[in-house]
Write a protein that binds this ligand. Structure first.
Ligand code: TXA
Ligand code: MG
Length: 325
């Protein structure tokens, strides 16, 4: 039976305290939440998403004092990042306490934590008063949800409530970094640009394979399997639309377009992310556009790389993971 979608924060908080599953809006993507310190509740997340248990969850809190129960220490650089970026689309991986169930961290000695900025998420976290584990609220390996309707389509009959907070303003998952002593390492590009992190803490190490992600990257960030965020319709990355016309029949091809609409006329369908080539606008619209293309009556989707700067890094990462190579 399909679960209810609504804006009842007290109800969502009560369900979470009872160990139930509640999807909720954050500024990045919708999360599928459960009581993080209740192993059974957390186990329901993996079951609902068909997610393998080697892929650890992010724990969401309302305020920094809640971290005392979750992490052993907050190095200076982690504190500086929290000061500058929280609440917001940044997740920090820090050494965990024994209170955090091993299931939540997939057996790792570290836990990923974040304070989201969306007012509905924050209100929910304050009302529930508990740390909430929440991965993106989609089936494992599929496109992340940026509206309540996206969540209902995939998980509606598997969870207890969907807390609707409107479309997500950032539209890409949080940036994930680990902080070990003085060293900050980028594990996943996302809603907080790398340039911003480097302004705050200086050099950020990237074990992150920007050119050719491979399955081996999973050893650094367990959730970063290279096939992730994938639509059902094959997506090909092309250098330009002329190349796409030579490779595919335009009448059976959809285009995921970043900026100006030059040369896209012959294609079956076009999703233009930002007519002014604004990366922030493109990020907010990206996943919904991929979903619409996935549903269109076409044989393939083509897309060109974004500029490799700011949110463009995270967009390129999601594009590569969605693509056929
Ligand atoms: O924006 C977001 O981050 C959203 C919203 C709901 O907060 N959540 C999200 O969660 O994208 P998820 O599960 O789809 O991605 C979390 C990723 C994992 O796949 C993994 O790569 C990384 O965070 N992660 C979590 N815990 C980790 C740990 N202890 N060490 C290294 N990476 C970790
Ligand atoms: Mg995800």
């Amino acid at each position: 039976m399909a679960c209810q979608v609504g804006q009842d924060i007290p109800r969502a908080a009560k369900l979470l305290r009872e160990g139930k599953l509640v999807a909720f809006a954050t500024e990045t993507v919708y999360g599928l939440g459960a009581h993080a310190l209740d192993e059974q509740a957390a186990a329901r997340i993996f079951a609902a998403k068909d997610r393998p248990t080697f892929d650890p969850l992010i724990v969401h809190v309302a305020e920094r004092s809640q971290l005392n129960d979750l992490v052993l220490e907050v190095p200076d650089k982690a504190a500086a990042l929290m000061d500058a970026c929280w609440p917001g689309p940044l997740t920090l991986v820090l050494p965990k306490t024994a209170a955090v169930p091993d299931l939540v961290t997939s057996g790792l000695p570290s836990v990923a934590v974040r304070i989201p900025a969306h007012p509905v998420a924050r209100d929910l976290l304050f009302q529930v008063g508990l740390p909430i584990a929440a991965p993106s609220a989609n089936l494992f390996g599929q496109v992340s949800p940026t509206t309540a309707e996206h969540v209902r389509e995939q998980l509606g009959d598997r969870i207890d409530y969907i807390l609707d907070g409107g479309p997500c303003s950032v539209g890409l998952e949080s940036t994930v970094v680990s902080v070990n002593g003085d060293q900050v390492t980028l594990l996943r590009p996302g809603g907080t640009p790398l340039e911003e992190l480097e302004r705050i803490v200086g050099e950020v190490k990237s074990t992150f394979p920007t050119a050719q992600p491979s399955e081996t990257s999973a050893q650094h960030a367990p959730g970063m399997l290279s096939k992730h965020y994938a639509p059902g319709t094959p997506l090909f990355i092309v250098d330009n639309l002329d190349q796409a016309v030579r490779r595919f029949s335009a009448s059976s091809t959809g285009v995921l377009l970043f900026g100006e609409n030059d040369g896209a006329a012959p294609f079956a369908t076009v999703e233009q992310l930002s007519s002014t080539s604004d990366l922030t606008e493109a990020a907010a619209r990206f996943f919904a556009a991929v979903r619409r293309l996935d549903r269109a009556d076409i044989q393939q989707i083509v897309a060109m790389p974004f500029p490799e700067e700011g949110l463009g890094r995270a967009l390129n990462d999601r594009l590569r993971r969605a693509s056929i190579r």
